[in-house]
Design a protein around this ligand. Structure first.
Ligand code: GLP
Length: 249
């Protein structure tokens, strides 16, 4: 595992943006998994800005998101589909067929989860997965306790996260929210992972995920076992890591 610590938030956003662009340039038919939230919003805007100023070919790039909320209309501003569409798919002009997302509404999410992974597999599998870190250590929507062999599924949401989604999306109280998320096994089968974390509020969780034992109690700790994983942090998120000189990947 490689740990990259940027000086500040701006450098973090720009570095992360270039990781995505680098992947697109290096392999023009890349299958790239993104992640929504406060952590990724600026980096996706920077990718879009750079592409506008210095256009490069994205006609064979496939984008998807690691997770999606369920039981909300897809057009709802808080759905991952709409966020990723507005933040990067639209600005880059990625075609609809190259934007792979599970539906937000279905009577059979189990089949939809399988279909989603089959579509990614049909394109050669995911090359890169950007992962955010949940306050409780979740990745995607895989909550603490999720088995490492979990495959793309509808996960319960932790109450804090659900409250936040409800606050941010203003979803009516009578709608039962869930989260279709790539399973930990699917995430680990991605060729390259980048765990992106910024902010002092996540510093303690970063320490547990990166330096602590690999445990299902902290789903993000599993990335320590991935052969091609980078943890990209801003200085605040890295502030509890201490002296990394003795760190042995
Ligand atoms: C939610 C999303 C994750 C995201 C995480 C972090 O859990 N489902 O994919 O990584 O939030 O969000 P934020 O960056 O806003 O802290």
């Amino acid at each position: 595992m490689k740990i990259t610590i940027t000086k500040n938030e701006r450098e973090f956003d720009v570095t992360a943006a270039w990781r995505i662009i680098g992947q697109m340039l290096e392999k023009p038919d890349s299958v790239i998994g993104l992640s929504t939230g406060q952590t990724t919003i600026n980096m996706l805007a920077i990718v879009s800005e750079i592409h506008t100023k210095y256009p490069f070919d994205v006609s064979r790039i496939t984008l998807f998101n690691v997770d999606e909320l369920t039981n909300l209309p897809r057009e709802y501003s808080g759905s991952c589909y709409t966020m990723i569409l507005n933040q990067i798919v639209g600005p880059l002009g990625i075609s609809e067929e190259n934007f792979i997302m599970p539906p937000t509404m279905s009577n059979d999410f189990e089949s939809e989860a399988k279909l989603f992974e089959q579509k990614l597999a049909a394109r050669g599998g995911a090359d890169l997965q950007m992962l955010g870190l949940g306050a409780n250590g979740h990745i995607g929507i895989n909550q603490p306790g999720t088995p490492f062999e979990s495959e793309t599924w509808v996960s319960p949401m932790d109450p804090d996260f659900e409250a936040r989604v409800r606050r941010e999306t203003k979803v009516p109280d009578d709608v039962i929210l869930g989260g279709l998320t790539r399973g930990i096994k699917n995430i680990m089968h991605t060729r390259k992972l980048i765990l992106v974390v910024k902010g002092a509020h996540k510093a303690e969780m970063v320490k547990k995920a990166v330096l602590g034992p690999v445990t299902t109690d902290i789903p993000a700790s599993v990335v320590q076992l991935h052969p091609n994983c980078e943890v990209l942090l801003d200085a605040d998120a890295a502030s509890k890591l201490g002296n990394l000189e003795n760190y042995r990947p």
